[in-house]
Design a protein around this ligand. Structure first.
Ligand SMILES: Cc1cc2nc3c(=O)[nH]c(=O)nc-3n(C[C@H](O)[C@H](O)[C@H](O)COP(=O)(O)O)c2cc1C
Length: 249
């Protein structure tokens, strides 16, 4: 099986043996590295709501429709179409949100990963209700997933960790994510030591790395219409299967 076949530089879904392998092949972290104060992005006229109008095709399950839409987004050349905003609530009930990468979509739900010691990990432990939000500008589409996050289990977490680069594994292992970094040299020192450890112990898995699955209660699909007659459909979990309602835009 070739994992290098692409459509316009993007991986073709049919070339992959499963959804996870396909999502993994989508390019990520394409932005330029460097100091944060450079802000080189070119501004331009914001051409909003560019998506094609038309009837929204409904599938039996929201995950099937999501995968159709993710495929369309890949083919439309959306950069990092697997990046999504994960929203959680903190101890005081205040919302918190950050981007992360979608790792898989299964019948169970939407998979992502991170560290259990991080604020998101602590928040999810306290209150597993969460939302994932996708925006695919070139396709004029948004998807909003709401539900409850479950621990994906040791096996999936370990596989996800081991698929990361050595440096990414080292950073994940030593990072006190989102705490104040008072001494950048300590960062360099700890990452270098962790790289050495992982080089000598390639099966090492950080105990705090976690694959999570957002099990959806509702999934809303928003399709832009250039004439502003946007289409919205919301799937809601029912006793058996899903109900689908169209929503006012
Ligand atoms: C495009 C993109 C992808 C990211 N992917 C992940 C990811 O898969 N897992 C993760 O823990 N953080 C990821 N991050 C970093 C998070 O946005 C965030 O900074 C970090 O997880 C700490 O969040 P917290 O303090 O809310 O726990 C990503 C950031 C960006 C911009």
């Amino acid at each position: 099986m070739s994992e290098s076949r692409t459509t316009g530089g993007h991986p073709e879904r049919t070339e992959f043996h499963d959804t996870r392998a396909w999502i993994r092949a989508i390019a990520s972290v394409t932005g330029a590295a460097g100091a944060l104060d450079t802000v080189t992005g070119a501004a331009g006229a914001l051409d909003t709501v560019t998506g094609a109008a038309g009837a929204l095709e409904v599938r039996d399950t929201p995950t099937a429709l999501f995968l159709d839409w993710l495929t369309d987004a890949v083919e439309a050349g959306v950069v990092e179409p697997h990046a999504a905003t994960l929203s959680t609530v903190d101890e005081a009930g205040a919302p918190d949100a950050r981007f992360l990468l979608l790792k898989d979509v299964t019948d169970r739900g939407f998979w992502f990963s991170g560290d259990t010691r991080s604020p998101k990990g602590v928040e999810l432990e306290r209150d597993p209700r969460a939302a994932l939000t996708f925006y695919w500008r070139e396709a004029g589409r948004q998807v909003r997933v709401r539900g409850v996050v479950e621990n994906g289990g040791e096996g999936v977490s370990a596989r996800d960790f081991l698929e990361r680069s050595v440096t990414a594994r080292a950073v994940a292992t030593v990072s006190r994510q989102s705490e104040v970094l008072a001494d950048p040299e300590e960062y360099d020192r700890l990452v270098a030591a962790a790289v050495d450890r992982i080089d000598g112990e390639p099966d090492f898995v950080s105990e705090t790395w976690r694959a999570w699955c957002l099990v959806p209660d509702t999934v809303e699909f928003w399709q832009a219409d250039p004439g502003r007659r946007h289409l919205r459909h919301r799937y809601a979990r029912a006793a058996s299967g899903w109900t689908v309602d169209q929503l006012w835009p």
